[in-house]
Design a protein around this ligand. Sequence first.
Ligand code: FEO
Length: 396
Amino acid sequence: MKEVELAEGVYWVGAIDWNLRNFHGYSTHLGATYNAYLVVDDKIALIDTVKAPFYEEMLSRVSEIVSPGDIDYIVSHHVEMDHSGSLPMIVKEASKAELVTLERFGEAGLNKSFQRDWSFHAVKEGSELSLGKKKLVFIPTPMLHWPDSMASYMPEEKILFSMDAFGQHLATSSRFDDEVGLDTVMPEAAKYYANILMPFGDLIVRAVDKLGGLDIKTIAPSHGVVWRSYPEAIVNAYGSWGRGEVRKKAVIVYDTMWGSTDKMARAIAEGITDRGVEARLYKLTDSDRSDIMMEALDARALLIGSPTLNNGMFPTVAGFLCYLKGLKPRGRLATTFGSYGWAGGAVKAMQQELMQAGVELVESGLDFKFVPDKDELKKCVEFGRTMGERISASGD
Ligand code: FEO
């Protein structure tokens, strides 16, 4: 097994989950990695662990470099079990190691999660852990992605161990951004942001400002490849995503029962593009909600369509709106449309959901009975044109 060194004495010792296809409801078509790092100095520190089923893989990587029993510190940046899951096993193996975690939330979170009574070396903002020639400086990053989350910075090598922030779900035999290329890594970083971190835009901006003050050469996140060639690109992207920057683009998300809402969606898209705005259509029966959220990351408007079923919306649309509400996209325009048989209900139900999603509802929802006729389809095109104009008027 070839050692992967980020800098002298700093190794990647994580695990590759090639077959992961779902990470708490987010589709991971390309798998994932759980990144752990080992620092070998006068003292030896293991930075995070891996999901429990991958413990042996991590242990064998560590064992190639040092004897696990020689580890002095195990740093836990985050309670979530994709990073802490191997703690119970490694704590036994590295029996002399001190567990280092955030005073606030980390200690209680780890003990409760694993039903233990571990003692900790607790750290807080600015605490330093000297390892000899190198040290770690701790930086709490609350809600990136849980309240207990923190990052650490190694000034001597200018490495930021950023935890979930700047990560991507991407299983690859390459460990560095330049080995896979920005074209591959950036869309996965965007998808990760859209599906995990989108609700925390304000905190992201604050964290990026805080981390931007550091002299960073390498960003070592807890998922995906290490940013050694393009750290600035991902920091800038986080700033833009965190500020909710969007462009002239509409994402039309809908489902259809007998094709009427589908016809409406296509006519609306035609109207939007007539006004020089990009439109993307996603039929929920055939699409993945996490892919849609990645598409929505830079879209000014969301248009949601549904046929009426049992006086309400289609179950796939209800599921999508539940997901959207949790991710709270901000600074987006939104509207609704749909079709119905004897009585409507979907448009009103969708609007009620959207009001709780943090978007700006514009235009009354558009709905038609049974199959939209020629005149009604013209109205859909007009509706799309009006949305296109609104999107254009709201700037890039
Ligand atoms: Fe990768 Fe929030 O855990």
